[in-house]
Design a protein around this ligand. Sequence first.
Ligand code: AHR
Length: 549
Amino acid sequence: MRTVTRRTFVGSALAGGAALVAPSLARAARRAARATLTDAHIDIMLDEPVGTIAPEIYGHFVENLGGVVYDGVWVGEQSRVPNIGGVRRALVEALRPIRPSVVRWPGGCFADDYDWHDGIGPRERRPRRTNVWADDPNFRNVGIVPQRYDPNQFGTQEFLHFCRLVGAQPYLAVNLRQLPARAFVEWVEFCNSPAGSTTLADLRAVGGDREPYNVRYWGIGNEAWGCGGNFTPEEYAAEYRRFATWNVPDYGVGLKFIGSGPSGGDVDWSRRFFAALDGRGDLGRMWGWALHHYSSPPSGGALQFDAPAWYGLLARGDQMESLITRHWQVMGERDRERRVKLVVDEWGAWYEMTTNVDPTHLFGQQSTVRDAVLTGLTLDTFNRHADKVAMANVAQLVNCIHSLFLARGDQFVVTPTYHVFAMYAAHQGAQAVRTAVTSPEIRWTTPEGEARTLRGLNGSASLRERTLTLTVTNPDLADTREAEIVVRGGSIRSVRATTLSSRDVHDHNTFDAPRAVVPAEAEVAVGGTPLAYRFPAASVTKLEITLGG
Ligand code: AHR
């Protein structure tokens, strides 16, 4: 496609001629010709803690789908691709610094088609199976490849080794649609029973691990309203009880079960499930309620987008805030003690499949500055609701929708989304503090000509000892926005800024140009209170603020 820099984009808009330019962008461009806008305020209340930001909010998702596992994570021990016990070395090395708190596996829809027994024991003896995604119409002319016919080389122990390598906790999703509850109990036993205690513990030892893994997080099915069984909430509640209520041994681990929650705004699913479960007086070991929310633009793909597609995607992503509060309210009608938290275990941008780096990478897509802004917007939302959201898993880690990495053979690159996760890692485990952002709304127009608004600056702040981390997105395509930043209950000693933006919002990293979009760091001159800071258009910013004594 023709790349359009923001400057040429603006110029075209003023000329009113380019096909990619919509009226809202033209208006934004005219505004950009004026001075930086200074009518935004960020008030950070140090004395108003929201809750500890669970590191698990910065979690990931590895489904046996397309190129996520085969080519992405797993290359095999004999591969010419540098690896650690079969796992792509470059991936491990890139993941470690961003502290990937938790990884969900094996799906997604794949989970309800997977028998974990197939993935243990000597690799050369494991069965080959048809992957549940094999018939997807996006798979064309790819032949007999591991992405369609699963050789089961990456099973439970390989996944758990991967988690160990990158320092993440595992989160396993159970096959509720096809397998009996007994298979779940056996999987827990295989993973967690004490060394030498059971036949499955001995089998684990043969696979190289005598000691238990102590897997804590277990998803009881996936999308039970869809690929996970097409259940009604009441039917799923009955299945959930059968799987999770009795006889799953804990082995002293403190198992945490995650129920298959709603798609987006389907509060009926939440309300009826909780009513059905509570009606039998037992939330049991239910710890999390999984919410899935994907964002697609009104038109265009990952790389070709105009202003309505930029704002449309971000507006859809920004629905996360209301999804969290609405489901939280409904859950509280039954769970008065607030034992169950939200687990947003699938979120991200999902485009038509046209930019995958290999035909076997089903749902593979590129990522631009737009995806970076969506990432920041979403992570800030989770941080602001640290009291409600206990875990979140961006979908999916590599070679898929909203990925942090693209990999093919020995080629490997990190996406702008990766850089945002790196910038935001400072929030993990810190204390979220109430942060009020007031900023003029952005007006934009849908492809159908409807007038819409999107909030302007958006962000979150967290405190760890004397360091305050403030992260902010500016989704405005054209305007730098100056904000007055006030830290209530503290004083600012020094500020260091990390900014992710690019000359052209369509910029993205490729195997040939891996540093097209990278963050830049700078010291910020602190000239008194309040701090005035200019957030560039179409950017994600982290301010590391050292507080005075
Ligand atoms: O992430 C891709 C798919 O999206 C998952 O398998 C499924 O859970 C969801 O519908």
